[in-house]
Design a protein around this ligand. Sequence first.
Ligand code: 0A1
Ligand code: ZN
Length: 880
Amino acid sequence: MDIARNPATVPGNPELADAAVEPAQPETIHRLDYTPPAWLVPEIRLEFELGTELTKVKSTMKVERNPDGSHDQTMHLCGDNIAVMSLSVDGKPAEGWTMSGANLLLPLPGDAHEVTIETHLHPATNSQLMGLYASNGMLCTQCEAEGFRRITFFPDRPDVLSRYTVHMSGPKDAFPILLSNGDMTASGEGEDGTHWAEWTDPWPKPSYLFALVAGELVARKEVFTTMNGRKVDLAVYVRPGDEERTEHAMRSLVNSMKWDEETFGREYDLDTFNIVAVSDFNMGAMENKGLNIFNTRYILADPDTATDGDFDAVEGVVGHEYFHNWSGNRVTCRDWFQLSLKEGFTVLRDQMFSAAMGSEPVKRIEDVRILRAAQFPEDSGPLAHPIRPDSYQEISNFYTATVYNKGAEVIRMMHTMAGPEAFRKGSDLYFDRHDGEAATCEDFVKAMEDGAGLDLTAFRLWYEQAGTPKVTVHSEFSDGTLTLTVKQKVPATPGQPHKKPMPIPLKIALFDRATGSHSGEHTLMVDKAEQVFTFDGFAEAPVLSLNRGFSAPIQLESEVSDADIKFLAAKDDDAFARYEALQQLLTRELLGAVEHGPDEARRAAIAEALAAVLDDDGIDDLMRGELMMLPTISFLIELSAPADPMAIHASRERLKAYLGQRLHDRLTALHDRASAVAYSLEADARGARKVKTQALILLSAADEAETARRAEAQYRAADNMTDRQGALAVMASLDAPARDDLLADFHGRYEGNALVIDKWFAIQASSLRPDVLDAVEALAKHPDFTMKNPNRVRSLYMTVAGNPIAFHDETGRGYRMIADLVLALDPLNPQTAARFVPWLGRWRKIEPKRAAMMRAELERMAKEPSLSKDVREQVTKSID
Ligand code: 0A1
Ligand code: ZN
């Protein structure tokens, strides 16, 4: 083989190779262009000679022609930032191969061959954190979506499934633990202080599920016995010193395994299940077969360093990754357009799991809050896409709230329409029918139709159309009959100017005013632009409770009067609907006040409703804490475009001050009561901690001095992170003398604990003080700040982007700060950099002066010639 013949493959200098091949104009990939692969790889053996500076990889693939593929003689192997060091076919140097950009084109004469390729990797300088990289002294991989091609040349697409054998060797002192997918099948000692291990994964899998970890790690171990008596060795690996903080992750794993058996009939299928926590990670975690790799943030938790929210997040993400073993791994995706097939379903599964482990209504409220804060803005902005997108330039940009959270809502609607038993039949059929396959969203829908007995013909629109349907309900009452006229409109989104009406399962109840009860829920199937439903037999007009449990991911515009909303806020037996009623009342007041100042009657009604919430012994504190939260500014911006974020903020602070005054005694009494509850992880104690901080938040705008006194006391008395962080976050927005002392105390107390120092950055960046941007600029120069760690970058700058006071600073400084960050981070880590762009892309929702400044920042970024494909796609789409 003559490598020099290929200018793009310069041995030992992969960076040069990459620079030569990056296309100027990113290619757009279309869903309908899918064709099956011409060549399959039923088996692959990977041999790694591990080193942080240099790792040598030898890949030996059994390849065969795909009978269902085209008759292309040439095998297409993807590559990214790697060079061919050697290439042979059936033991002889390969001939006639060429490079097409970063990819390798290998002509193969027959129907089956053995292909061997050697590549060299440089983990220490891999700042993208895709492929093989070094993190905190260890080596680890991230392959989803297209990272495997940074390790070796391979048909790196999810419909090529292979059996993997992985052999790795390296110095025992640097890498005492050697892990990969499947079960360890052999190990031994080498020469000169090296050792080796071989791992075999019997389950065919796509390359994005490959994983390898090597380093000095310690584990918490446990044995789980599955429903059919299989003993599984579980381990949670962390860096030495962190093992005490893995108990909750292990408990969450065991609970997930048990829950998936009981709820979905899914059993684990290997003798080993390993989790590894790494500190440098672009996302939350990754479901690699038998070797889940996690951001430390979703593993490490103890009362002193993790909040109750952090504990919940660990439980949810551990569950999520474990559930992927079936929804994602046993049944995988045919292509990346099908991402929601695994992600939407797995999010629904993790939501159901967390609900079962804790409080179902509270979990539902939290999930809807996330949907509204993250997905609704996406669905109404320039980056809107269906849960099954039609095209992309960079697939990493499609790991979105739409694909994940709206994807979960869509499957939840199937669950609602089918009921739990029929839904389970549908999911059983899906897993049976497609086990071992790379499937499509259509396969899932079909299995649900066949198994659950649903007709989803029209429902498939939820996979095709982007945009949050707007639904209005108009009611009329006469002669004992209630007539509901329901109208829906799906707004235009990029590339989809005209929409069809969607099938919407709308759960409602009709309350009798006199008794305060109703005679049962109805699920209306709304599937036309306009539809009329009638209900008889009422003595007087009933009170409408609509979209109960948030049965459909829609924006509901109802004409329900303040009085009826107040009725529901006090009496609705659906906890979600009760929360929703209060939110609606709050939203009306917050937005109304921006236009015409406060509405005294409505404010009084809110205070009365909240007083009832504070007094009601029938509500537990976890729910009370939810009911005490005001709608977020980003949610309010969504509803009031074009919005003046400062006016919304001011309106919110004004209402907080009013409520803080009106409810002062109740809030201080609540704070006192909750402060007396001892720490535990039980629901009562968690609830107490939640209301404690919520009480301070409501009090803060009314009485700064009292709030500061209480926050300081809460901070100093805290024996757990929930209280400490809550108090410090309240304090961070005040002008109190103790503020800086407490911030310094917090830093000193947790120096060296990366996850807690992340909190220290985030707390300061979330401040509502006018000097917040000065503080952020200073923090960016703090010795603990680094652009190399995504958690640290997010803790400072994602918080800025999500803090309307900072981001929407009227000088445009917040926008510039985020654009500067994107430009600085892009060369290091394009994937993480691209995640900041959508904040600026929301300019259409903002009043013209700010909108122009936001857009100008996008244009400034677009002028940068060396922008990554990731950032370029988001910037270009956001400007249009
Ligand atoms: N499949 C993972 C998410 C994930 C996607 C891409 C990644 O690349 C950096 C990492 C993780 C999940 O849903 O948990
Ligand atoms: Zn997932």
